[in-house]
Design a protein around this ligand. Sequence first.
Ligand SMILES: [Mg+2]
Length: 248
Amino acid sequence: MAIVATKPWSLRAVVPDVSFIGWDFDGTLVHSQRAQVESWRVAFERLLPAEVRERVQAVVRHRHESGRFFGMSAEIFGLLEAAAALPPELSCPEQVDGWVAEARAEAMLSLARGGQLRLDPGARALSLGLASVPQAICTSNPRALAPTVDQVLGDLGALMTVRIFGEDTPPKPDPACWREAARRLGVGWHRAIIIEDNLEVIERLRDEGEVALVIGIAGGESVDSYLGELGAADDGVILVDGLRDVRS
Ligand SMILES: [Mg+2]
């Protein structure tokens, strides 16, 4: 079974010879759902004048099929539904992708600078406690959000110099991004610890990742549902409801 940790525990006691720590970004290093939704709202308010729901839905389909909605909530679909229209010159979903990405990146950076996107204190303490271990970020966000990631990380950025963005590898839940992080760091893959909040990614890492340990962040009520989904026959996952009790 996946283990649910309810008391403080030491990561090095579980994996003494860890080769690197792979961090997810949204929901792991930062609690960004509200900011993400706000960035979509800002982007569509700026880009969509009125009407033509079919075109908006074409964009939704394109993003969905290309996996670029990964990790997003149903709220975003609600925003897209509510967003009225695309101007005629923006009938190409790929083109719209670029415009939306740019508008979202600006909005996210502004939110981060305004203090509305903050590093999780437990994640910060853990990362600093593991300063001697190579660390990397793997996020499905586009590279356009790199300045936002920099802003959020602050001094922690010096510990997480390898950053894999959505364009760099096949999208999560494919474990390719984590392998690429190990490759760029020049470290072994089998002694890696991955910290991730998305159940689909946790399952894939467990099933085919071959890493030493996956720390699954399942906040509050989702601990039970994550445990139900992960089920039996696994000792490579520790579920937590936050990182405050994880010691280096
Ligand atoms: Mg996440």
